[in-house]
Ligand binder design. Structure first.
Ligand SMILES: Nc1ncnc2c1ncn2[C@@H]1O[C@H](COP(=O)(O)OP(=O)(O)O)[C@@H](O)[C@H]1O
Ligand SMILES: [Mg+2]
Length: 245
């Protein structure tokens, strides 16, 4: 798929350490409006740390992250709030509340951020559930859902707040190939239907081949690849080859 040349995020010389562990070292890249960018790399390499800088969950030790031209670090509380509304995150765990029904989980972003009436909230929920192929499950408890269903409900919840950007942290990890493909199709659907920009962390190359407009690979704190799927398949770098094959 084509993306615009408009830069949405610009990450410049980003470094991040925890204690003595240098996780990200001088990382720079841009994210373009409309693209599906896959971030790959070994487990524990810093993928989640990287994308948590995109909605201000983490702050750089050095360097900067700008969204729509503004340094995220300089945003006031109100602007951080609107950033998080625009940049929704789908956590690895799904992060649904187990003690609540599907409906209650989905209502949260709306009751927190808007003044919609209950009937409108319900209509919105039913729309979003059918979007992810889960219509009619409003009254189920989150604890009754399978892993794949949880991912879909979490995705429905992420789009409730009408975001511009979706950050997916390992959306297909732990799912079988059939369910993974359903999630991959949803990522593609959401991206085109809502003109989203999608950043997808994954170590599942099947997903990357299916959805990525562009791939970034992180290794030892740095970006060792930035390009499209054909280019990464053709790379002669043994670290890259080992990862993708
Ligand atoms: N809040 C934190 N405090 C301390 N260490 C952390 C924190 N978050 C991540 N790390 C460490 O940073 C490294 C990268 O983690 P992460 O980004 O979660 O890896 P992954 O590529 O698997 O997503 C790991 O060694 C992890 O233990
Ligand atoms: Mg992670």
């Amino acid at each position: 798929m084509e993306h615009s040349n408009k830069i949405l995020f610009s990450i410049k010389n980003l470094s991040k350490s925890f204690g003595t562990k240098d996780v990200l070292k001088d990382v720079s890249f841009d994210i373009f409006e409309g693209e599906i960018l896959c971030v790959i790399g070994r487990s524990g390499i810093g993928k989640s740390v990287l994308i948590k800088h995109l909605n201000g969950l983490l702050e750089p030790d050095k360097g900067e992250v700008t969204f729509e031209g503004r340094n995220i670090l300089h945003l006031n509380n109100k602007d951080i709030y609107s950033l998080r509304k625009k940049v929704a995150m789908l956590f690895q765990s799904g992060a649904l509340f187990d003690s609540m029904s599907v409906e209650e989980n989905l209502a949260l972003p709306l009751t927190e951020h808007t003044n919609l009436k209950l009937d409108d909230v319900k209509k919105e929920i039913s729309e979003k559930l059918s979007l992810v192929g889960m219509e009619g499950i409003e009254k189920l408890h989150t604890s009754e859902l399978s892993g794949g269903m949880k991912k879909r409900v979490a995705l429905a919840r992420a789009v409730m707040q009408a975001p511009e950007v979706l950050l997916y942290d390992e959306p297909t990890t732990g799912l079988d190939p059939v369910i993974s493909d359903i999630i991959n199709d949803l990522i593609l659907d959401m991206n085109s239907k809502y003109n989203l920009t999608s950043i997808v962390i994954t170590h599942d190359m099947r997903s990357v081949r299916k959805i990525a407009d562009r791939v970034i690979m992180i290794h030892e704190g740095r970006i060792i690849f930035d390009g499209n799927i054909q280019e990464i398949e053709a790379s002669a770098d043994p670290v890259i080859q080992q990862f993708i094959s």
